[in-house]
Write a protein that binds this ligand. Structure first.
Ligand code: NAD
Length: 368
């Protein structure tokens, strides 16, 4: 059988720096766990624009459609800020998400014990936190028509439309229920059924998918505004949260920040299963290209490393190896290693991007 395939799109700024550490880890799995990947690399974002005049070449898009998973670093930078909207680096990422039809965005909010003091919330509220937000990514108010700024009488009106079909709701609900079965078996669905018809439909469809296909999973419903309050009051009550594009955008940022630094946050975007049963998938850190620290060896590679752990778990059914990698990260943090973004006000001496990657490899070695 051929090896699973990975397309690496490191991108701009700190993207290539953090991805270099992931490449070491991919090599480690090949050498030490006989888990080999066929890895190819290509350009996305500003670096693709520099070469092709657009942020994602058609050939790169075609490759992304063929591989088992895409790993992306980050895109963007100040030198591209004045480009036309149609060729801005971010358009490359949007094209990938759209053409691969990645409708389920998974954002874990996990608090490593060693970083519990780093949260703006009290330690006992966040220590041990492990929740997953599933955000619908390809529909809803960011895409609905009509949209635009129109003139009505003597003033302008800005219009966006919240629109969801039953099938769009059902497929992301299934993603959430499937995930819950591999975790704490609980899903909380969030909408605003009290004031929005799309929310009424959302609630009905999620309930129907549950009753017909996932009756073993515990399901609750919550208004999204109440959900935001509960997330800051006692986040550990949740396991998987499923919500629409707009609420998911806000709630996943809120949940993620419960746990500390942007440099720690991974994500996955999943689509429909391919012929081999694996979902279309793109894994990327939540952070951007961080031009303020690019090229200085200061970037925290953990978000990108944990994104690869998600790939092991969700694309390659390697849950045990994903656990091994997450535990290696946990050990390194417990040992006190910190990149600059994880230094508290008391200071200390931060380690470099590559020293953090090497420490994770050493912890992986120690796990054997
Ligand atoms: P950013 O995430 O790049 O940086 C925000 C702050 O967090 C900066 O101070 C940065 O130094 C810090 N930071 C981010 N990641 C870090 C890491 N791994 N380790 C240590 N510190 C880290 O967001 P921004 O500054 O708003 O945007 C910079 C560029 O990135 C822009 O061009 C933006 O469009 C782009 N961007 C891309 C993505 C993406 O590729 N998915 C996401 C967000 C922003």
């Amino acid at each position: 059988m051929s090896n699973p395939s990975l397309l690496i799109l490191a991108g701009d700024g700190i993207g290539p720096e953090v991805m270099a550490e992931v490449k070491k880890i991919i090599a480690w799995y090949g050498d030490k766990r006989a888990l080999k990947f066929d890895v190819s690399e290509d350009l996305v974002g500003g670096c693709a624009y520099d070469v092709h005049g657009k942020p994602l070449a058609d050939e790169t898009m075609a490759k992304a459609q063929e591989v088992d998973a895409v790993l992306l670093g980050a895109v963007g930078g100040p030198q591209y800020d004045n480009l036309d909207f149609s060729v801005k680096p971010e358009r490359g990422l949007l094209r990938l998400r759209k053409e691969m039809d990645l409708y389920a965005n998974l954002r874990p909010a996990q608090c490593f014990d060693a970083l519990a003091d780093f949260s703006s919330l009290k330690k006992d509220v966040v220590a041990g936190l492990d929740i997953m937000i599933v955000r619908e990514l390809t529909s809803g108010v960011y895409f609905g028509e009509p949209r635009g700024i129109f003139t009505e009488g003597n003033e302008r009106v800005g219009i966006n439309t919240q629109r969801y079909t039953e099938s769009e709701i059902a497929r992301v609900a299934r993603s959430a229920f499937e995930l819950a079965r591999k975790r704490g078996n609980k899903v909380c669905s969030m909408e605003k059924a009290n004031v929005m018809e799309s929310g009424v439909l959302w609630r009905e469809v999620v309930q129907k998918v549950h009753d017909e296909e996932y009756p073993d999973v515990q399901l609750s419903h919550m208004y999204a505004d109440a959900g935001a309050m509960q997330l800051t009051r006692w986040p550990k009550q949740f396991d998987v949260i499923v919500t629409d594009n707009l609420f998911g955008d806000l709630l996943s940022d809120l949940a993620a920040m419960l746990t500390g630094s942007l440099g720690m946050l991974p994500s996955a975007s999943l689509g429909a299963p391919m012929a081999n049963g694996r979902p279309k998938a793109l894994y990327e850190p939540v952070h951007g290209s961080a031009p303020d620290i690019a090229g200085q060896g200061k970037a925290n590679p953990i978000a990108c490393i944990l994104s690869f752990a998600m790939a092991l778990r969700y694309s390659f059914d390697q849950g045990t190896e994903a656990d091994r990698l997450e535990k290696a990260v946990e050990k390194v943090l417990a040992d006190g290693l910190r990149t600059a973004d994880l230094m508290g006000p008391e200071g200390g001496s931060p380690v470099s991007t590559s020293a953090m990657g090497d420490a994770v490899i050493a912890a992986l070695d120690a796990s054997l």
